[in-house]
Design a protein around this ligand. Sequence first.
Ligand code: 6PG
Length: 242
Amino acid sequence: MTLELRDTKDDLGKAISDRLVTEIVAAQRDRGVAHIVLTGGSMGGLSLQSLPSADDIDWSNVHFWWGDERFVPAGAADRNDLEADKAALHALPVPAENIHRVAGPEHVADVESAASAYSAAIRAPKAGDGMFDIVMLGMGPDGHVASLFPHHPAQRTEDAIAIAVHDSPKPPPDRVSLTFECLNRSRQVWLLVAGDEKAEAVAAAHAPDADRWDVPAAGVRGADDTVWWLDAAAAAKLPGTE
Ligand SMILES: O=C(O)[C@H](O)[C@@H](O)[C@H](O)[C@H](O)COP(=O)(O)O
């Protein structure tokens, strides 16, 4: 586990985004392709700010995915992919077929169908070795990541890649989320967390006995590294940083 601390949310967003460019270039150098899982929320947009000016990336060999999506139509203000579209995707020459969005209600009958279509897309043979390179996740003040919420039964679905989530405690209620198992099939998992309202959950996720049922952020781990990107406010309750 690595802690990456920055003073402010803006500093944090810039550092994450610069590192993301470096990691995409490294993944392409090593494997020819980069599979990156994006997040919604305010950190989602900030994490992509350096991409439009990156010169060293072969955009035809970048694939973008999402850790979760709200089951609302494309373009709706609630969609997680909107942040990424606004921040960077509109400006990048990534082939449309490399941008793997979760289908909305205008394309499929229900959340279950959206989840199974997304699972099939992830399972499909692809360039690389089937691992994600980076999974980026925002975290809610309750410690949720993607749409895996504390004490929500969807969290316990096993043998699945993407699941339907109903009755999300945070609106909108219907969502598709990757499972812990799928999120953890990544070389690196990055948690992108800023703000004092997150400090309690950050500390809880780092407790030695942290349980993902209570604090879902404690249940995500990269095969090579798990990086907690924190601003000073979010890190304030970690032992040693008070
Ligand atoms: O509806 C949701 O589940 C949230 O939007 C969530 O997924 C978001 O990513 C985190 O709450 C972090 O958000 P911030 O990055 O804005 O703090």
